[in-house]
Design a protein around this ligand. Structure first.
Ligand code: OQN
Ligand code: ZN
Length: 373
């Protein structure tokens, strides 16, 4: 807890200093210890939906500084199938990633990917977006699939409440998530160094967020995620929820904000007490020709770069910046060469990890961090 040092400042300036400290007092830096290694928080977790961080070798992801990557239960259960991955030694072995793995529970992807689906008390019945075959995801089957994959951190099976939702819709959705969380927790096979996170819902309604947190705290999860955000509500509304929601969760357990986000979103969420983030932006936008730099986002396809013989960032240590120029990256992305996707992705993942490293250092030194980069 940082003491606000009361000095000779006149009262109004003292209020400003107190305000500044107050703004940062929720930020925290720490380490999550797992069976597959440590996670330094605040942490950014690259998304490896189908058992690979697209356009990256796992050892390259490791050099960017990532301690943990994400997998998707929905995609992997359809192809190659959880039982097959289990038979082949689990997802860690399958994809040659020995550090922590977090898998989402699948509900979110069902709603965003499969055309035909039906939500029942039992679970979600849906047709595969690949070949139309019928599947059911439930708290029990989702938890078992994540066990078969060998996830270090398993997510409870929830319903991500869409935005916007009326109070009534958000209430019944949150109550379903609470019933499913109880079943997920019961189905979880707990082992040392593995954990299961509950996911709170409740949309933008603070009393529903509180009820969701109370229901899930009773189940004593190893960590908690704030779900139902980064679903189109915008940064202002998201921060409004984050002004109180993290405080509803146990202070000594990790807090994971699902699906977030751009650097400014991450900084604002860390200041409000969030520890873990995931977002497809650095990988997906990288493949799309967008590079995150300290000068802002560079759209490398822009013709102004076609003869720019300088690197994306002169002091970046990634292969794209060490060995190549913007002109070359511009060309590769224009002609859709695979190396273009690789180099842009590598740079962006490095950029996000550097941002997290700086945030962790600033918090550890009790320094205020408001750099938006
Ligand atoms: C982009 N915004 C976004 N908002 C989300 C809300 C939820 C939510 O309320 N419940 C669950 N279960 N997942 C969510 C996700 C998916 C995160 C993810 C993707 C890939 C791999 C691993 C994890 C979200 N993503
Ligand atoms: Zn770089």
């Amino acid at each position: 807890e940082k003491e606000v040092s009361i000095t000779k400042f006149p009262a109004d300036e003292r209020k400003i200093i107190a305000k500044a400290h107050d703004k940062y007092k929720k930020a925290r830096a720490g380490i999550i210890n797992t069976r597959h290694g440590q996670i330094h928080t605040p942490a950014f977790m690259p998304v490896g939906t189908k058992g690979t961080v697209k356009a990256m070798l796992p050892e390259s992801v490791q050099t960017t500084g990532a301690d943990i990557i994400l997998g998707n239960t929905y995609h992997l259960m359809l192809q190659p199938g959880a039982k097959r991955v289990f038979k082949l030694g689990g997802l860690h072995k399958f994809m040659n990633w020995s550090k922590p793995l977090l898998t989402d529970s699948g509900g979110f992807q069902v709603m965003s990917l499969s055309k035909l689906r039906k939500i029942t008390e039992e679970g979600v019945i849906f047709n595969s977006h690949i070949d139309g075959s019928k599947f059911m995801l439930s708290p029990e089957s989702s938890t078992e699939i994540q066990y078969l994959l060998g996830s270090t951190i398993t997510m409870a099976f929830d319903e991500c409440t869409p935005y916007p939702s009326t109070y009534e819709q958000a209430k019944s959705s949150m109550e379903l998530t609470s019933r499913w969380a109880k079943r997920s927790r019961k189905a979880f096979y707990s082992r040392d160094g593995y954990g299961q996170f509950g996911i709170i819902q409740g949309s933008i309604y603070n009393d529903l967020r509180l009820k969701s947190a109370l229901d899930l705290i009773e189940l004593d999860f190893e960590g908690y995620a704030i779900g139902g955000l980064a679903v189109g509500e915008g940064q202002e509304l998201m921060f409004k929820v984050l002004d109180y929601a993290p405080d509803l969760l146990p202070i000594n357990k990790p807090r994971y904000l699902m699906g977030v986000g751009k650097p400014a979103d991450i900084i604002g969420a860390v200041q409000r007490g969030i520890d873990m983030f995931d977002c497809v932006i650095p990988t997906r936008s990288g493949r799309n020709g967008q590079a995150f730099t300290k000068y802002g986002v560079v759209n490398i396809r822009n013709s102004k770069y076609k003869e720019d013989n300088t690197p994306l960032e002169e002091d970046c240590l990634c292969p794209a910046c060490k060995n190549y120029t913007k002109a070359y990256l511009h060309y590769l992305v224009k002609v859709k060469e695979i190396l273009g996707a690789m180099l842009m992705t590598w740079h962006n993942l490095m950029y996000f990890q550097k941002l997290m490293l700086r945030i962790r250092e600033y918090i550890a030194q009790g320094k205020d961090f408001d750099f938006i980069s």
